[in-house]
Design a protein around this ligand. Structure first.
Ligand code: NOJ
Length: 760
């Protein structure tokens, strides 16, 4: 009976298909995402049946309250749901829960418009992959795309339509807890990864793939410059020039658009005095007009209400007016649209056209997902059971763990710990048996216990090997006692090698989890010192959500493997690396500072008028510190392997690039060691003279290549005029004629192969 209502809409839709006018036109101001006339007519047909209130309902999103990440609004949304005034719900997990709510929307409301269900599927849904910044360290775009695909497939099999990912915020500040969720400090790599993730979630760049039941809508966030928060404090102001914004921070958001991302999320922060949520310049002028984005924008969690404490809105009503007129189509949990937009329209402060187009953009996504054909098409218990945590997904996760790990130090080739060498290895540390913290932030609830601890992974991987393990915890993440130290030291003394696993609690990074001290917790440092005093060699495995200050560890520990928060298959993937079954290939995507005082420290900095002369670093009146080098401890792009590599014979096919032309760069890469491995070859340039100051280095290409021991390969990069372009003194994107330096390098501080070319 109730379903009839829904069918009625469809019938009406079909009738209206034939008589509807061209809605996607300059007159309406609406350009559809799909560009498909048939879908546009359907959207308009539904819209024509809706009251103003119902349209505003589409623009309202509520949280189902059982997995919230922020303050909960007091409004209970059930009455809105029953009146057909809810466009989207998030945090509603489980097929049953979603079905119940969808049934209300579809069968109990006047028009039966289906709800869009969203969730923070950030680095996996049930199969949890390494935290995004960790995974970015793989520099493996195929892998990154694949893990996003798997995340989408699992989420969609469990009833979800939309993920609030990828986060594409560039950040140069490891104090900021959310660095774990992005792709690091570089716009070029960040853009490539943004694209890979959007394509992974959405099943490619074609809107038609959104209808597949193994894809979800993606949401590029947080637009814009959320990662530029002053002093690394979450939600804080971002003060940055338009040049820095456009040349550094915006490229990954724009790359998401190029990959056809369906939605964006407005960021919490204010930028240069205007909160992003109220910024017409960002939401309309840049996003819609410059980039021609045709999906919709959702606010962040109560981001609209927060315009009041930001001090640009008098009250929630005023906040709603500012946000909707800026170009934010959906209010996440704030209830400002549902409460005030009708009045604002009646008072002439918001136009009906604005509401119509916002509702159209949201309705169109529901059509593209196939929800108007069948609102329950994502709710299939059998598909869910067959999909979630498939063995194949677990295998990919294990590989992703190994590929994300970055070997920071390896004195005397302490690692790998060969399975056939009869060694006694002391397993020590707060993270050795931990499984709770391994998923980092944001995973689906209830699955933390499933993650494989390093201890368990080691037992499996070293089964029947010549290696013997002993164990003592030594300390928790933040507590130590003389008893726990003594136990650990006793175990350590009776070993040939200490393998210690330390790091951060998952709550110390992620949203609203910023730090001013990014060293290991004092308890853990005390343990390390005690272990160091035994004189035994130490290999340290670090699980953390951010680059830490590892200056002491770099001085005192023999080998360091940065494992990040690796997810479900953590222990297995890391044990594979420790055993040498996988030769580490991860490269840093964020510089590791030597101390907090250096932050922000990033490779693509400006030269200044008084750069340090590295031949005389103590020279006076230079841009430097009295008490610390200016270089990072480990630079961007850095990471060791169990083998060594060389890059030689770097050649350009020409040294002058004509406008519209191309330069081809070739290089010989060689595995100069005794084991097979993978090299991430990186191409950097420097624009020597320009109308505005340019970075001392900029990444413009990279390739990850497998090389057998002793093997050489020829690789090739190309550069076009477009690759040399930047926002110049007149804020136009173009390449300026002149000289450029070029490096084919193993990391950002590798100057071995330096060449020059010129743009005519
Ligand atoms: C706030 C976070 O900033 C955002 O990234 C997230 O998607 C929402 N909460 C919803 O959980």
């Amino acid at each position: 009976m109730a379903k009839l209502k829904f069918i009625n809409i469809l019938i009406l839709t079909v009738i209206l298909v034939n008589c509807s006018t061209d809605s996607s036109s300059p007159k309406s101001g609406w350009k559809s995402f799909s560009g498909d006339k048939n879908i546009e007519h359907k959207v308009d047909s539904v819209l024509s049946l809706m009251t103003l209130e119902e349209k505003i309902g589409q623009m309202s999103q509520f949280s189902a309250n059982w997995s919230v990440t922020g303050p909960v609004m007091p409004d209970d949304f059930q009455p809105y749901l029953e009146k057909g005034l809810v466009g989207s719900i998030f945090n509603a997990v489980t097929i049953d829960g979603i079905r119940k709510m969808q049934e209300i929307a579809v069968e109990k409301t006047r028009l039966g418009i289906p709800i869009l269900f969203a969730y923070d599927v950030i680095h996996g849904y049930k199969t949890i992959f390494p935290m995004p910044m960790g995974e970015a360290c793989s520099w493996n775009l195929e892998l990154i795309k694949r893990t996003a695909q798997i995340a989408a497939e699992e989420a969609a099999a469990d009833g979800l339509h939309w993920t609030f990912a990828p986060m594409v915020d560039i950040s140069r500040d490891p104090r900021w807890g959310r660095v774990m969720e992005g792709a690091g400090e570089d716009p070029f790599l960040g853009s490539a990864i943004a694209k890979a993730r959007v394509e992974g979630f959405q099943g490619g760049t074609d809107w038609r793939s959104l209808k597949e039941t193994n894809t979800v809508l993606a949401c590029a966030k947080h637009f814009a410059a959320y990662g530029a928060a002053e002093s690394g404090r979450d939600y804080n102001t971002a003060e940055l020039s338009e040049h820095t914004l456009r040349n550094v921070y915006l490229p990954p958001y724009e790359a998401a658009k190029e990959a056809n991302v369906a939605t964006y999320m407005a960021s919490f922060n204010d930028m240069n005095g205007v909160p992003a949520t109220a910024s017409k310049w960002l939401m309309t002028d840049i996003l819609r007009k410059e980039w021609d984005f045709r999906g919709f924008v959702v606010s962040d969690y109560t981001g609209i209400n927060e315009l009041v404490p930001h001090g640009v809105a008098e009250d929630d009503k005023h906040a709603a007016q500012l946000a909707v007129n800026a170009g934010v189509e959906m209010d996440m949990t704030g209830s400002t649209y549902i409460k005030y937009l009708k009045e604002l329209v009646e008072e002439g402060k918001v136009s009906e056209k604005t509401i119509d187009n916002a509702a159209r953009r949201i309705l169109e996504m529901k059509f593209l997902l196939g929800l108007f054909d069948d609102p329950y098409r994502y709710l299939d218990e059998n598909r869910s059971k067959a999909t979630i945590q498939k063995p194949e997904f677990m295998k990919t996760a294990r590989k992703a763990v190994s590929e994300s790990a970055v070997l920071l130090k390896n004195n005397n080739n302490l690692l790998p710990i060969r399975k056939d060498s009869p060694k006694k290895v002391a397993l020590i540390g707060a993270m050795m048996k931990d499984s709770i913290n391994l998923n980092g932030e944001w995973q689906g609830r209830g699955d933390r216990n499933q993650s494989v601890s390093l201890f368990k992974g080691l037992q499996e991987v070293y089964q029947n090997s010549a290696v013997q393990f002993s164990y003592a915890q030594g300390c928790t993440l933040n507590e130590i006692s003389s008893k726990s130290i003594n136990e650990a030291v006793a175990v350590a003394k009776n070993s040939d090698l200490i393998l210690v696993a330390l790091g951060e609690d998952f709550n110390w990074s992620g949203e609203a989890a910023c730090l001013t001290d990014i060293r290991l917790h004092a308890a853990q440092r005390e343990l390390l010192q005690a272990l160091k005093n035994t004189g035994k060699p130490i290999a340290l495995v670090l699980f953390s959500g951010r680059p830490l200050d590892l200056s002491w560890e770099n001085e005192n520990i023999d080998a360091i493997l940065q494992a990040w928060f690796p997810g479900t298959q953590a222990g297995r993937g890391i044990a594979d690396v420790l055993a040498g079954d996988y030769n580490p290939s991860g490269r840093l995507v964020m510089s590791f500072p030597r101390n907090v005082g250096q932050i922000p420290v990033y490779y693509n900095q400006k030269n200044t008028g008084r750069p340090v002369n590295f031949d005389n670093p103590q020279g006076d009146y230079r841009s430097k510190y009295e008490d610390s080098p200016i270089t990072p401890l480990y630079p961007f792009g850095y990471g060791l392997s169990y083998t060594t590599f060389s890059i030689s014979d770097v050649k350009l096919d020409k040294t002058v690039m004509e406008r519209g032309g191309k330069i081809t760069i070739t290089a010989k890469i060689t595995n100069t060691g005794n084991v097979d491995g993978e090299l991430v070859t990186q191409l950097y340039i420097r624009d020597l003279v320009a109308s505005v100051t340019r970075p001392v280095k900029e990444l413009k290409g990279f390739q990850k290549t497998a090389l057998k021991a002793g093997e050489s390969k020829q690789i090739q990069f190309s550069l076009t005029e477009k690759d040399l372009a930047f926002f110049d003194i007149t804020m136009e994107r173009k390449a300026e004629a002149g000289k450029f330096k070029l490096w084919v390098a193993q990391h950002a501080a590798d100057n071995t192969n330096e060449l020059e070319f010129e743009l005519k």
